[in-house]
Ligand binder design. Structure first.
Ligand SMILES: C[S@@+](CC[C@H](N)C(=O)[O-])C[C@H]1O[C@@H](n2cnc3c(N)ncnc32)[C@H](O)[C@@H]1O
Length: 325
Protein backbone atom coordinates (compact mmCIF):
# COMPACT_ATOMS: atom_id res chain seq x y z
CA UNK A 1 0.00 0.00 0.00
CA UNK A 2 1.16 3.48 -0.88
CA UNK A 3 1.80 6.38 1.50
CA UNK A 4 0.54 9.87 0.63
CA UNK A 5 -2.59 11.99 0.31
CA UNK A 6 -5.16 10.96 -2.28
CA UNK A 7 -8.23 12.38 -3.93
CA UNK A 8 -11.18 10.24 -2.92
CA UNK A 9 -14.18 9.66 -0.75
CA UNK A 10 -13.92 8.71 2.92
CA UNK A 11 -16.68 6.16 2.41
CA UNK A 12 -14.47 4.41 -0.14
CA UNK A 13 -11.32 4.45 1.99
CA UNK A 14 -10.78 0.73 1.48
CA UNK A 15 -9.92 1.52 -2.12
CA UNK A 16 -6.67 3.08 -0.79
CA UNK A 17 -6.02 0.99 2.31
CA UNK A 18 -5.28 -2.73 2.71
CA UNK A 19 -7.75 -4.60 4.92
CA UNK A 20 -6.56 -4.93 8.52
CA UNK A 21 -3.57 -2.61 8.04
CA UNK A 22 -4.35 0.63 9.88
CA UNK A 23 -3.25 0.94 13.52
CA UNK A 24 -4.90 4.32 14.03
CA UNK A 25 -7.29 6.50 12.08
CA UNK A 26 -7.57 10.07 13.32
CA UNK A 27 -9.98 12.52 11.71
CA UNK A 28 -12.39 15.36 11.93
CA UNK A 29 -15.31 15.06 9.50
CA UNK A 30 -17.66 17.82 8.32
CA UNK A 31 -19.71 18.96 11.36
CA UNK A 32 -22.91 19.75 9.41
CA UNK A 33 -22.67 23.42 10.29
CA UNK A 34 -22.69 24.92 6.79
CA UNK A 35 -18.99 25.05 5.87
CA UNK A 36 -18.17 25.57 2.21
CA UNK A 37 -17.21 21.90 1.63
CA UNK A 38 -20.53 20.57 3.01
CA UNK A 39 -23.03 23.04 1.57
CA UNK A 40 -24.68 20.56 -0.78
CA UNK A 41 -25.14 17.89 1.90
CA UNK A 42 -28.46 17.22 3.67
CA UNK A 43 -28.62 16.10 7.31
CA UNK A 44 -29.51 12.57 6.19
CA UNK A 45 -26.58 12.49 3.77
CA UNK A 46 -24.25 13.73 6.51
CA UNK A 47 -25.39 10.98 8.89
CA UNK A 48 -24.92 8.44 6.12
CA UNK A 49 -21.37 9.76 5.51
CA UNK A 50 -20.47 9.18 9.16
CA UNK A 51 -22.11 5.76 9.22
CA UNK A 52 -20.46 4.52 6.04
CA UNK A 53 -17.04 5.91 6.95
CA UNK A 54 -17.12 4.17 10.32
CA UNK A 55 -18.31 0.95 8.66
CA UNK A 56 -15.35 1.14 6.24
CA UNK A 57 -13.02 1.35 9.26
CA UNK A 58 -14.18 -2.01 10.51
CA UNK A 59 -12.36 -3.43 7.46
CA UNK A 60 -9.36 -1.08 7.29
CA UNK A 61 -8.32 -1.22 10.96
CA UNK A 62 -6.09 -3.96 12.20
CA UNK A 63 -7.51 -5.94 15.12
CA UNK A 64 -6.82 -3.98 18.30
CA UNK A 65 -6.59 -0.70 16.33
CA UNK A 66 -8.34 2.59 17.05
CA UNK A 67 -10.38 5.32 15.34
CA UNK A 68 -10.25 8.74 16.98
CA UNK A 69 -12.95 11.14 15.81
CA UNK A 70 -12.78 14.84 16.62
CA UNK A 71 -16.24 16.37 16.36
CA UNK A 72 -18.57 18.86 18.06
CA UNK A 73 -22.27 18.90 18.83
CA UNK A 74 -24.42 20.96 16.49
CA UNK A 75 -25.30 23.97 18.63
CA UNK A 76 -27.75 25.61 16.24
CA UNK A 77 -29.70 22.72 14.73
CA UNK A 78 -32.90 24.04 13.07
CA UNK A 79 -36.00 22.15 14.20
CA UNK A 80 -39.32 23.30 12.73
CA UNK A 81 -41.23 21.25 15.33
CA UNK A 82 -39.65 23.14 18.22
CA UNK A 83 -41.94 25.55 20.07
CA UNK A 84 -40.76 29.13 20.51
CA UNK A 85 -38.50 29.48 23.51
CA UNK A 86 -38.26 33.23 23.87
CA UNK A 87 -41.62 34.68 24.90
CA UNK A 88 -40.26 38.06 25.74
CA UNK A 89 -36.87 39.66 25.59
CA UNK A 90 -36.89 41.59 28.85
CA UNK A 91 -33.86 43.69 28.09
CA UNK A 92 -35.45 44.93 24.87
CA UNK A 93 -39.14 44.88 25.65
CA UNK A 94 -41.40 44.64 22.61
CA UNK A 95 -43.35 47.80 21.77
CA UNK A 96 -46.70 46.38 20.71
CA UNK A 97 -48.21 49.88 20.94
CA UNK A 98 -45.95 51.13 18.14
CA UNK A 99 -48.02 50.23 15.10
CA UNK A 100 -47.13 50.75 11.47
CA UNK A 101 -49.79 53.46 11.33
CA UNK A 102 -48.12 55.38 14.20
CA UNK A 103 -44.73 55.20 12.49
CA UNK A 104 -46.13 56.34 9.13
CA UNK A 105 -48.03 59.19 10.82
CA UNK A 106 -44.94 60.36 12.74
CA UNK A 107 -42.94 60.35 9.51
CA UNK A 108 -45.50 62.36 7.59
CA UNK A 109 -45.80 64.89 10.44
CA UNK A 110 -42.02 65.24 10.65
CA UNK A 111 -40.73 64.92 7.10
CA UNK A 112 -37.26 66.24 8.02
CA UNK A 113 -36.56 63.55 10.62
CA UNK A 114 -34.40 60.54 9.95
CA UNK A 115 -35.20 57.04 11.26
CA UNK A 116 -33.17 57.49 14.46
CA UNK A 117 -35.07 60.70 15.29
CA UNK A 118 -38.43 59.05 14.57
CA UNK A 119 -37.45 56.21 16.92
CA UNK A 120 -36.53 58.70 19.66
CA UNK A 121 -39.78 60.55 19.13
CA UNK A 122 -41.83 57.37 19.53
CA UNK A 123 -39.65 56.05 22.37
CA UNK A 124 -38.70 52.83 20.62
CA UNK A 125 -35.68 51.39 18.84
CA UNK A 126 -34.69 52.13 15.29
CA UNK A 127 -35.13 48.42 14.64
CA UNK A 128 -38.79 48.62 15.68
CA UNK A 129 -39.33 51.48 13.23
CA UNK A 130 -37.68 49.42 10.52
CA UNK A 131 -39.75 46.35 11.30
CA UNK A 132 -43.01 48.26 11.23
CA UNK A 133 -42.15 49.84 7.90
CA UNK A 134 -40.82 46.73 6.18
CA UNK A 135 -42.97 44.16 7.95
CA UNK A 136 -39.94 42.02 8.69
CA UNK A 137 -37.61 41.17 11.49
CA UNK A 138 -33.93 41.62 10.71
CA UNK A 139 -32.87 39.06 13.33
CA UNK A 140 -35.21 36.40 11.99
CA UNK A 141 -37.08 36.21 15.30
CA UNK A 142 -40.50 34.66 15.16
CA UNK A 143 -40.29 34.10 11.42
CA UNK A 144 -37.22 31.92 11.72
CA UNK A 145 -37.16 28.20 12.61
CA UNK A 146 -36.11 27.60 16.21
CA UNK A 147 -32.80 25.90 16.85
CA UNK A 148 -31.79 23.35 19.43
CA UNK A 149 -28.61 21.48 20.34
CA UNK A 150 -28.05 18.19 18.56
CA UNK A 151 -25.74 15.72 20.33
CA UNK A 152 -23.51 13.95 17.86
CA UNK A 153 -21.70 11.47 20.11
CA UNK A 154 -24.69 9.13 20.34
CA UNK A 155 -24.92 8.93 16.55
CA UNK A 156 -21.25 8.01 16.27
CA UNK A 157 -21.54 5.45 19.04
CA UNK A 158 -24.51 3.85 17.30
CA UNK A 159 -22.80 3.72 13.87
CA UNK A 160 -19.58 2.39 15.37
CA UNK A 161 -21.41 -0.34 17.29
CA UNK A 162 -23.23 -1.35 14.10
CA UNK A 163 -19.80 -1.78 12.51
CA UNK A 164 -18.41 -3.78 15.46
CA UNK A 165 -16.33 -0.93 16.92
CA UNK A 166 -16.58 -0.10 20.63
CA UNK A 167 -16.35 3.29 22.32
CA UNK A 168 -13.11 2.94 24.27
CA UNK A 169 -12.62 6.49 25.55
CA UNK A 170 -13.68 10.08 25.05
CA UNK A 171 -11.89 13.33 25.72
CA UNK A 172 -12.84 16.97 25.58
CA UNK A 173 -10.80 19.48 23.65
CA UNK A 174 -11.17 22.96 25.15
CA UNK A 175 -10.44 25.40 22.33
CA UNK A 176 -10.68 29.18 22.12
CA UNK A 177 -14.14 30.55 22.89
CA UNK A 178 -15.77 31.52 19.59
CA UNK A 179 -17.58 34.68 20.64
CA UNK A 180 -17.95 36.11 17.18
CA UNK A 181 -19.38 32.85 15.80
CA UNK A 182 -22.09 32.66 18.43
CA UNK A 183 -25.05 34.20 16.66
CA UNK A 184 -27.24 33.77 19.69
CA UNK A 185 -25.11 34.71 22.64
CA UNK A 186 -26.52 38.15 23.20
CA UNK A 187 -30.10 36.92 22.89
CA UNK A 188 -30.25 33.76 25.03
CA UNK A 189 -28.93 31.79 27.98
CA UNK A 190 -26.73 29.60 25.78
CA UNK A 191 -22.97 29.28 26.27
CA UNK A 192 -20.51 30.16 23.53
CA UNK A 193 -18.91 27.43 21.45
CA UNK A 194 -15.65 26.50 23.21
CA UNK A 195 -15.17 22.74 23.31
CA UNK A 196 -15.24 19.70 21.08
CA UNK A 197 -14.93 15.97 21.63
CA UNK A 198 -12.52 13.25 20.68
CA UNK A 199 -14.27 9.88 20.58
CA UNK A 200 -11.98 6.86 20.48
CA UNK A 201 -13.38 3.61 19.10
CA UNK A 202 -11.64 0.25 19.29
CA UNK A 203 -11.68 -2.73 16.97
CA UNK A 204 -11.60 -5.94 19.02
CA UNK A 205 -8.25 -7.69 18.91
CA UNK A 206 -4.95 -7.65 20.71
CA UNK A 207 -3.87 -4.14 21.68
CA UNK A 208 -0.36 -3.44 22.90
CA UNK A 209 -0.47 -1.18 25.95
CA UNK A 210 2.92 0.50 26.24
CA UNK A 211 3.14 3.17 28.92
CA UNK A 212 6.55 4.20 27.54
CA UNK A 213 5.08 5.71 24.41
CA UNK A 214 4.98 9.03 26.21
CA UNK A 215 6.96 10.38 29.16
CA UNK A 216 5.84 10.43 32.78
CA UNK A 217 5.33 14.19 32.57
CA UNK A 218 3.21 13.78 29.42
CA UNK A 219 1.04 11.19 31.19
CA UNK A 220 0.44 13.69 33.97
CA UNK A 221 -0.05 16.68 31.68
CA UNK A 222 -2.38 15.14 29.07
CA UNK A 223 -2.02 11.34 28.64
CA UNK A 224 -4.27 10.51 31.58
CA UNK A 225 -6.35 13.68 31.39
CA UNK A 226 -9.84 13.80 29.91
CA UNK A 227 -9.73 17.53 29.21
CA UNK A 228 -7.19 18.85 26.72
CA UNK A 229 -6.67 22.60 26.56
CA UNK A 230 -5.18 23.37 23.16
CA UNK A 231 -5.51 26.79 21.51
CA UNK A 232 -7.41 26.84 18.21
CA UNK A 233 -5.60 27.41 14.92
CA UNK A 234 -5.22 31.19 14.55
CA UNK A 235 -5.19 31.51 10.77
CA UNK A 236 -7.79 29.46 8.98
CA UNK A 237 -7.34 31.29 5.68
CA UNK A 238 -6.19 28.25 3.66
CA UNK A 239 -8.75 25.84 5.18
CA UNK A 240 -11.78 26.87 7.22
CA UNK A 241 -11.78 24.04 9.78
CA UNK A 242 -8.27 22.99 10.73
CA UNK A 243 -7.53 21.34 14.05
CA UNK A 244 -4.27 22.25 15.84
CA UNK A 245 -1.41 19.83 15.11
CA UNK A 246 -1.05 19.13 18.84
CA UNK A 247 -4.41 17.33 18.78
CA UNK A 248 -3.59 14.55 16.25
CA UNK A 249 -0.03 14.44 17.58
CA UNK A 250 -1.19 13.47 21.08
CA UNK A 251 -3.53 10.84 19.69
CA UNK A 252 -0.83 9.42 17.42
CA UNK A 253 1.73 9.31 20.24
CA UNK A 254 -0.70 7.63 22.59
CA UNK A 255 -2.33 5.08 20.29
CA UNK A 256 0.32 4.02 17.78
CA UNK A 257 4.00 3.15 17.41
CA UNK A 258 6.61 4.48 14.97
CA UNK A 259 6.23 2.69 11.65
CA UNK A 260 2.50 2.02 12.18
CA UNK A 261 -0.02 3.05 9.52
CA UNK A 262 -2.05 6.12 10.39
CA UNK A 263 -5.06 7.20 8.31
CA UNK A 264 -7.07 10.41 7.96
CA UNK A 265 -9.95 10.06 5.46
CA UNK A 266 -10.95 13.75 5.91
CA UNK A 267 -7.44 15.12 5.72
CA UNK A 268 -8.22 18.75 4.76
CA UNK A 269 -5.08 20.89 4.99
CA UNK A 270 -3.01 17.90 6.16
CA UNK A 271 -2.59 18.61 9.88
CA UNK A 272 -2.72 14.92 10.81
CA UNK A 273 -0.30 14.16 7.95
CA UNK A 274 2.21 16.58 9.49
CA UNK A 275 1.77 15.06 12.96
CA UNK A 276 2.18 11.53 11.55
CA UNK A 277 5.35 12.51 9.68
CA UNK A 278 6.83 14.18 12.76
CA UNK A 279 6.07 11.06 14.81
CA UNK A 280 7.49 8.84 12.05
CA UNK A 281 4.34 6.93 11.24
CA UNK A 282 3.33 5.79 7.75
CA UNK A 283 0.43 7.89 6.52
CA UNK A 284 -2.51 7.79 4.15
CA UNK A 285 -4.79 10.80 3.78
CA UNK A 286 -7.94 11.22 1.68
CA UNK A 287 -10.00 14.28 0.79
CA UNK A 288 -12.72 14.91 -1.75
CA UNK A 289 -11.43 18.37 -2.70
CA UNK A 290 -8.46 18.42 -5.12
CA UNK A 291 -7.01 21.65 -3.70
CA UNK A 292 -6.93 20.19 -0.18
CA UNK A 293 -5.25 17.04 -1.47
CA UNK A 294 -2.56 19.21 -3.00
CA UNK A 295 -2.23 21.34 0.13
CA UNK A 296 -2.04 18.31 2.44
CA UNK A 297 0.49 16.55 0.22
CA UNK A 298 2.71 19.62 0.29
CA UNK A 299 2.46 19.90 4.09
CA UNK A 300 3.17 16.19 4.52
CA UNK A 301 6.18 16.23 2.15
CA UNK A 302 7.59 19.27 3.92
CA UNK A 303 7.20 17.63 7.35
CA UNK A 304 8.95 14.50 6.03
CA UNK A 305 11.80 16.58 4.65
CA UNK A 306 12.34 17.94 8.16
CA UNK A 307 12.62 14.51 9.82
CA UNK A 308 16.39 13.98 9.40
CA UNK A 309 16.89 17.49 10.78
CA UNK A 310 14.61 16.72 13.73
CA UNK A 311 16.54 13.53 14.49
CA UNK A 312 19.91 15.30 14.43
CA UNK A 313 19.05 18.31 16.56
CA UNK A 314 16.51 17.91 19.32
CA UNK A 315 16.41 21.70 19.80
CA UNK A 316 15.53 22.25 16.13
CA UNK A 317 12.95 19.50 16.49
CA UNK A 318 11.26 21.24 19.36
CA UNK A 319 11.26 24.55 17.46
CA UNK A 320 9.83 22.97 14.30
CA UNK A 321 7.09 21.26 16.31
CA UNK A 322 6.22 24.49 18.07
CA UNK A 323 6.13 26.41 14.79
CA UNK A 324 3.73 23.98 13.17
CA UNK A 325 1.51 23.82 16.28
C1 LIG B 1 -13.25 19.38 9.27
S1 LIG B 1 -12.38 19.33 7.77
C2 LIG B 1 -10.88 18.51 8.23
C3 LIG B 1 -9.79 19.47 8.56
C4 LIG B 1 -8.46 18.82 8.90
N1 LIG B 1 -8.51 18.05 10.13
C5 LIG B 1 -7.38 19.90 9.02
O1 LIG B 1 -6.82 20.09 10.09
O2 LIG B 1 -7.14 20.58 8.01
C6 LIG B 1 -13.23 18.10 6.86
C7 LIG B 1 -12.62 17.79 5.50
O3 LIG B 1 -13.34 16.67 4.95
C8 LIG B 1 -13.42 16.83 3.55
N2 LIG B 1 -14.54 15.97 3.12
C9 LIG B 1 -15.86 16.22 3.20
N3 LIG B 1 -16.57 15.18 2.74
C10 LIG B 1 -15.68 14.23 2.37
C11 LIG B 1 -15.79 12.92 1.83
N4 LIG B 1 -16.97 12.36 1.58
N5 LIG B 1 -14.66 12.23 1.60
C12 LIG B 1 -13.44 12.79 1.83
N6 LIG B 1 -13.27 14.03 2.32
C13 LIG B 1 -14.38 14.74 2.59
C14 LIG B 1 -13.57 18.31 3.34
O4 LIG B 1 -13.15 18.68 2.05
C15 LIG B 1 -12.71 18.90 4.46
O5 LIG B 1 -11.42 19.20 3.98
Amino acid sequence: MKQGVFLGDARELNFFVDAGSVALSVWSPPYHVGKQYELDQSFLEWKSLLRRTLAAHAVALKPGGFVAVNIADILCFPDSSMPRLMAENVSRRKRADITRERVVQAMSENPGMNRRQIADLLGCSEQTVDRRLKGNNIRGGKYQTQTRVLLVGGLLEQYAMEAGLYLYDRRVWVKDAAWENSRWHTMSYRAVDEFEYIYIFWKPGQTRVDRNRITKDEWIEWGSRAVWRIPSVRSNDDHEAKFPVELPRRIIQLLSDPGDWVLDPFVGSGTSAVAAAQEERNFIGIDKEPHYVEMANRAWQEARRQIPLLRKTPVAAATACRQSA
